[in-house]
Structures are given as structure tokens and as C-alpha cells.
Design a protein around this ligand. Structure first.
Ligand SMILES: NC(=O)C1=CN([C@@H]2O[C@H](COP(=O)(O)OP(=O)(O)OC[C@H]3O[C@@H](n4cnc5c(N)ncnc54)[C@H](O)[C@@H]3O)[C@@H](O)[C@H]2O)C=CC1
Ligand SMILES: O=C([O-])CC(=O)C(=O)O
Length: 286
């Protein structure tokens, strides 16, 4: 038996690409998806972009042509066979088609169209049955860690006030249905006062954040929500007021829009920070 002195030095650690690398797929290559794709392509320890889905596959291939490691553009149904985790950042109606195959395989789905979870709650059961996970990132919001922590105690009330520039709200089904014209307003106008459950239907491309807040806290029927159209604003702003037995807090965020005026820049960054934390030696925030 050799003594410790004479034992060969252990081989230097080298990255093992055969296992441990999470294969990431992106479904939807718009404001969020493209930014996340770039971040993954630039390199993220433990994560590799392996495939994307897009509405227009030719255009998507063009948008991805300059990636260092090009990936295939495939229909959403083909993503699961290629990846361990999918970032859903497509139109809300596609949520089941994107999420179901991954959840059935016990994998993880990062859901940006969080409003659509309310009308597809069977996905939660599917995740439970097969050992998959639906992750709703903080997205365009803030402080969901504080809200979920407060929910471990008793939350008495959660209120959110969203103010958006007119072009971020125009065309929302609720406005059309209720004949609320906002194109020519000169003063802030409250266009909605209700719950995230109602807003998920009336403002499907706008109020994912309110549903995320509701899921973190006291649910989509007890959370109160106001939406204002404000012609003087250039940023999507959300203010949250929480009253709980552990703490009361008020938080605000003013989001710089992307090319898609409905979506704040921080949304994609929230996904990127989530992916980066998965393998980080120091993880801050829950
Ligand atoms: N949770 C949150 O905090 C936030 C959620 N969102 C939501 O995230 C989602 C993505 O947002 P954005 O990137 O801003 O939207 P986007 O409209 O810029 O991008 C969506 C992309 O999906 C593509 N698409 C359409 N049909 C498709 C198909 N069959 N297969 C694959 N891709 C298809 C579209 O062509 C488009 O490029 C939306 O549902 C949006 O409402 C947006 C901002 C914040
Ligand atoms: O809620 C959303 O889906 C998007 C939003 O308000 C924002 O980007 O500020």
C-alpha cells in the first residue's frame, strides 16, 4: 500500500460535458427568448442552449445565425426530446403544448406566460404526478421572495397597482370588450379594478406579473389589482402593497420596455439569473 506521500496527485478538475450540463430549450424567440438565447450562447456554467422554437422558423434561423454555437429551430412538440428544461416565452395560448411534454417527462418548465396557468391548472397536477416542476420566475416584477416568505405566515392583504404607457395596453381584450378608448387620453385613466384572475383574461399579454404575485401570495381571487393607462409614462410600473403578520411592505418597479412595449427588459434578465443560480456556488435570493 503506498503512503499518502507517494500517491499520485489527483487529476486537475476539468469540466465534464457528458453529464451535469443542463440542456436548455427556448420556446418563443421574441423579446424574452432572444435575450435568453444570447445569454446562454455567451456561456453560462452548467447550462447549454440546445434548441429553440419560433413561429417563423426561417426568420428565427436568421436571428440565431450569429450565435457561437448554432442550435436547431424545431416545432414546440419536438423540444422535449432535446432538452432537460424549457423556457416558455411564447404567446400564452401555447403554454399547454410547450409545458405538457416536459412535465410528463418529469422535467422543468420556466413559465413566463404565468397568466395562462390559471386556465391550465391541470399542469400543476401533471407536474406533481410525474415529478416535474413549473417555475414562475419573478419576471417583470420584484420581491416574490418576500411574498412567498410572508405566505408561510398569514398575509392579510395584497394590492397591486400597475401603470402602463398607452401603447403597452392598447388592444387588450378587456378594453375592446368594455369599449374603453385610451388612444387619445391626456390624463391617467384607471381602466381596470379587479382581481388577477379577471385580468388574466382581460389583459392576457400584460398582467402575467399580477398572476405571479397572486400565486406567490393569497391567490388570484383575494389579490386586488388596479390597472392605469398613463399617457405621460414611458415605463411599465408596478407597485405592490403587502400586509402580513410578519411584515408590511411596499415595493415598486419601473420597467424599461423592450422592442415589445408590453414587456420590460428585466423579464429576460430574471430568467437568466434563475438559470445562473442553478449552478452557482453562492446563491442569493430564494
Ligand atoms: N411573467 C412576466 O413577468 C412576463 C411575462 N411576459 C409574457 O412572456 C411571454 C413572452 O413575452 P415576449 O418575449 O415579450 O413576447 P414576444 O411577443 O416578443 O415573443 C413571443 C414569440 O413567440 C413566437 N411564437 C408565436 N407562435 C409560436 C409558435 N407556434 N412556436 C414558437 N414560437 C411562437 C412569436 O413569433 C414571438 O417571437 C408572453 O406571453 C408575455 O405576455 C412578458 C413580460 C413579463
Ligand atoms: O406583466 C407583464 O407581462 C409585463 C409587464 O407588465 C412588464 O413588463 O412590466
Amino acid at each position: 500500500m503506498s503512503s499518502p506521500d507517494t500517491e499520485p496527485a489527483p487529476a486537475p478538475a476539468t469540466p465534464d460535458h457528458s453529464r451535469g450540463v443542463l440542456r436548455v430549450a427556448i420556446a418563443g424567440l421574441g423579446a424574452v427568448g432572444l435575450r435568453v438565447a444570447h445569454a446562454l450562447d455567451e456561456g453560462m456554467p452548467g447550462c447549454a442552449l440546445v434548441a429553440v422554437s419560433a413561429h417563423d422558423r426561417v426568420r428565427a434561423a436568421e436571428r440565431l445565425a450569429h450565435l457561437r454555437r448554432p442550435v436547431p429551430v424545431v416545432p414546440v412538440e419536438e423540444l422535449e426530446a432535446l432538452a432537460d428544461i424549457v423556457v416558455e416565452c411564447a404567446p400564452a395560448a401555447l403554454l399547454p403544448a410547450i409545458a405538457e411534454p416536459f412535465l410528463r417527462a418529469g422535467k422543468t418548465v420556466i413559465v413566463l406566460s404565468s397568466g395562462a396557468i390559471l386556465s391550465h391548472q391541470n399542469l400543476i397536477e401533471l407536474a406533481r404526478t410525474h415529478g416535474g416542476q413549473i417555475v414562475v420566475p419573478t419576471g417583470a416584477l420584484l420581491g416574490l421572495d418576500a411574498v412567498t416568505a410572508a405566505a408561510e405566515g398569514e398575509i392579510r392583504s395584497v394590492r397591486m397597482i400597475t401603470r402602463k404607457p398607452v401603447k403597452g395596453l392598447v388592444g387588450a381584450p378587456y378594453l375592446v370588450e368594455h369599449d374603453i378608448a385610451i388612444d387619445d387620453i391626456t390624463e391617467p385613466l384607471r381602466v381596470f379594478d379587479g382581481t388577477p384572475r379577471e385580468a388574466a383574461i382581460g389583459f392576457p399579454a400584460n398582467l402575467n406579473v399580477a398572476v405571479a404575485l397572486a400565486l406567490a401570495g393569497i391567490g388570484p381571487d383575494r389579490t386586488r389589482l388596479e390597472i392605469w393607462a398613463d399617457p405621460a409614462l414611458t415605463r411599465n410600473t408596478h407597485t405592490i402593497e403587502v400586509d402580513a403578520d410578519s411584515a408590511s411592505f411596499t415595493m415598486s418597479i419601473a420597467n424599461v420596455p423592450t422592442d415589445n412595449p408590453k414587456t420590460g427588459r428585466i423579464t429576460a434578465l430574471s430568467v437568466i439569473s434563475y438559470l445562473r443560480k442553478l449552478n452557482a456556488p453562492l446563491r442569493v435570493g430564494s
